[in-house]
Design a protein around this ligand. Sequence first.
Ligand code: ASP
Ligand code: MG
Length: 407
Amino acid sequence: MTLIVEKFGGTSVGSVERINAVADHLVKKFAEGEQLVVVVSAMSGETNRLIKLANDITEKPSAREMDVLVSTGEQVTIALLSMALQEREQAARSYTGGQVSIKTDGVHSRARILEIDAKKIRSDLDKGRIVVVAGFQGIDSSGNITTLGRGGSDTTAVAIAAALKADECRIYTDVDGIYTTDPRVVPQARRLESITAEEMLELSSLGAKVLQTRSVEFAGKYHVPLRVLSSFVDGPGTLITYEEEGSSMEAPLISGIAFQRDEAKLTIRGIPDHPGIAHQVLGPISEAHINVDVIIQNASAKGQTDLTFTVPRDDYESCMEILNGLVTELGARDVKGDDRIAKISIVGVGMRSHTGVANTMFKTLADHDINIQMISTSEIKVSVIIDETHLERAVQTLHKAFDLDSV
Ligand code: ASP
Ligand code: MG
């Protein structure tokens, strides 16, 4: 018998009709011989509604009570789905995270799963039941309810699949898989049959909306066979795989193109170059809890150097203020900035075994008169910073240049 963990997100269980549709689907799968553990999210909008209620009562809700509150959304769904299954003469049982011992650390609102006691789930499966588990929640060592961060039901599903050594973990959502890029920007974007977990993590700006990043990390650690598919239309979805050593020779050069608007860059120029300047400049930025992305320090000339980095556009003004404050302190010349930039990244494990990928990217952009302002690379990714007005055109031409348009 195959053992499958299926997870249904908020829109997939967003109404009584949708819950009934999920129940029909599960009854069919069960009849086909699958043992099923089902993880569900709160009905769509519910978690936000609960958060708003708390904020209407107090500006500073305690983290513990917040978790007690928001975890109720999932409890509603498990009960309703189990009822829908029982209504179809299908044996089923619902459990909260605490009831099936999803043990976490005590960090409220972003707890990490430490262990899962799979015994109870197994014994129910053996009795021919479909087991319905509340996503997003767990219990700490003192018995407090914890939650795993927004989108955390994905991680619950992957963790249960890992604990049970399930044959597959299927994440049902409102898109039918992972795409080569955002279809709203490139209509020719296509669904990937498969993608490696590493690529998926790098493509997080595409993927984060589909899977909680932490669930992909978790899946990678335990090599959980993971598939993303639509609960609205039938199809194979996208399989997340784990690259075997050496298999990247056959991998496509580029699997996908991710992009980010709403970025900004800042340059502090003419800083006397000595050990510690990167720390002196970026330390205060990090203390302000601003996330720095691409960083470039120039080769120094005449004992001076320039440091350029990018941050989310919302943090531009505060970064500017911090840097301006540092100019005199560090004896730097001045600060410049541009808050109208965007980042494009091409991602693919094929880069490991093929040269010239970055160059194809640079040439394609040059041929279209798109100026590259910054470049950063990792083993399986090349990112460039460009003027935001060229973003759409750049993504479209790169998509074509790397043959992602074709089937
Ligand atoms: N209900 C939670 C949220 O909205 C967890 C989840 O859906 O995965 O973030
Ligand atoms: Mg989700």
